[in-house]
Design a protein around this ligand. Structure first.
Ligand code: URA
Ligand code: CA
Length: 441
């Protein structure tokens, strides 16, 4: 079959078989299919969707397009955790050392942020000296020695996804459930973990804006995991308001340290403990989630998780003194307090708008490869449900570029909705999708 016939078939809403999907992905990876033809196919998928078998075939074709990490020499069950992307989502920086401190090997490959969502690799670059790219040999050696290693997504892991994601980004084909599911799962499969825990974000600051589409995305990824024999569980968590208080790379490292010291924002801490307790259970370390939650809470409170974080920083060439002295992290020149000009209760904090503010201040990228400002961002001083008085502080902007400040203030004010009556705080952990299907909490 000609590649053009495969595009035509998808355009007409028919189901492709694995050999057709393989042919297309292989040709594209080898530069034997031009961008315009792949873009046409991606748009056909966006409009017509794919069935699970097609999505699984696409996932495997992308996973097989480059190198695969071989973690078989690392003893124990390796559990990978992946977030579909959100705002003030610092869970990886907390969960890595926390779960490693519990004795579970952490082998994590992370990406950079794009648009209003942050990426762990950018955050780690805020730590002076920290090396974000490890060779496979160093990566495995560090996991064996320190129980944990984190490396940037290299271009040889699922290169087909790298190319396709960049093309989707500029052809309005990102927000497609089969394309997101296969993109994420292809990288997870190539990264070599035995089991996968997905944190599927739901809300204004996430790809999936409502529960229905989040369940569909989660179910697709869990089903792919089943088809390729990698146990996969998805937890649905709220991204209507930012998870933590800090948005921005250096600021999020500081916030992760606060949580690792036993403090930090309650929502971020709780989501870390819940996700961590699922990781412990998946790794066969605990029987129940409650048991895992308690073990992890103790590790935050007795300083073990923080010690593990320092050990991890040293192992990757960074300066561990940042843990005691956050002035060693990049600091912004201007710190501006945004105050409320009315009384009321916070009804909503639009996570996408808050993420956008951080991006225009320089914390994130509008386009790939854009330089970012590691010190820039903001810290929220209010949460949904809080009672606010006129003149009370709502947020602190961290900026190096004075020209961006007034627009940042304006968007922060737009992102906050006030009401006159006390409201219930939003639910944080919304549900789970596992091999038994969806269960709402
Ligand atoms: N994250 C990914 O890795 N891929 C997508 O398509 C969307 C989010
Ligand atoms: Ca991410």
């Amino acid at each position: 079959m000609r590649l053009l016939d495969i595009i035509t078939k998808k355009r007409d809403g028919k189901t492709l078989d694995a050999s057709e999907i393989n042919a297309l992905v292989q040709a594209y990876t080898m530069n034997n299919l031009p961008d315009y033809q792949m873009a046409a196919w991606l748009m056909a998928v966006y409009l017509n969707g794919m069935i699970y078998q097609e999505t699984a075939a696409l996932t495997l074709a992308m996973a097989e397009s480059g190198d695969k990490m071989d973690l078989s020499s690392v003893p124990g069950i390796k559990v990978d955790k992946h977030s579909t992307g959100g705002v003030a989502d610092t869970t990886t920086l907390v969960l890595g050392p926390l779960v490693a401190a519990a004795g579970i090997p952490v082998a994590k490959m992370s990406g950079r942020g794009l648009g209003f969502t942050g990426g762990t690799i950018d955050k780690l670059e805020a730590i002076p000296g920290f090396k974000i790219a490890l060779t496979q040999a160093n990566f495995i050696e560090n996991i064996k020695k320190h129980g944990m290693a984190l490396t940037s997504q290299n271009s040889m892991i699922a290169p087909a996804d790298g190319k396709m994601y960049a093309l989707r980004d500029v052809t309005a084909t990102v927000e497609s459930i089969p394309l997101i599911a296969s993109s994420i799962m292809s990288k997870k499969i190539a990264a070599g973990a035995d089991k996968i825990l997905l944190d599927v974000k739901v809300g204004s600051g996430a790809f999936m804006k409502d529960i229905k589409s989040a369940v569909e995305l989660a179910s697709t990824m869990v089903e792919i995991g089943r088809l390729v024999e990698r146990d996969t569980i998805a937890i649905l968590t709220n991204m209507d308001e930012p998870l933590g208080d800090a948005i921005g790379n250096s600021l999020e490292v500081q916030e992760a340290i606060d949580v690792l010291k036993g403090g930090g924002p309650g929502n971020l801490r709780h989501v870390c403990l819940v996700l961590g307790s699922y990781m412990l259970k998946l790794a066969g370390h605990t029987e129940s989630l409650d048991e895992g939650y308690q073990i992890l809470r103790d590790l935050l409170e007795n300083g073990s998780a923080l010690e593990k974080f320092k050990e991890f920083i040293i192992a990757q060439g960074g300066n561990p003194a940042i843990v005691e002295n956050n002035n060693l992290l990049p600091q912004a020149k201007y710190k501006i307090t945004v105050k409320s000009n009315i009384d009321g209760y916070i009804e909503k904090i639009d996570a996408a708008k808050i993420g956008y503010v951080a991006m225009i201040l320089g914390a994130g990228r509008e386009f790939k490869e854009q330089e970012i400002d590691l010190a820039a961002g903001m810290v929220l001083k209010c949460r949904v449900g809080d009672k606010i008085e006129c003149g009370q502080q709502l947020a602190i902007i961290h900026a190096n570029d004075q020209d961006k400040i007034s627009v940042a203030i304006k968007i922060i004010q737009e992102a906050l909705t006030f009401c006159s009556q006390q409201i219930q705080p939003t639910k944080l952990i919304l549900g789970i999708v596992d091999k038994n299907g969806y269960k709402s909490f």
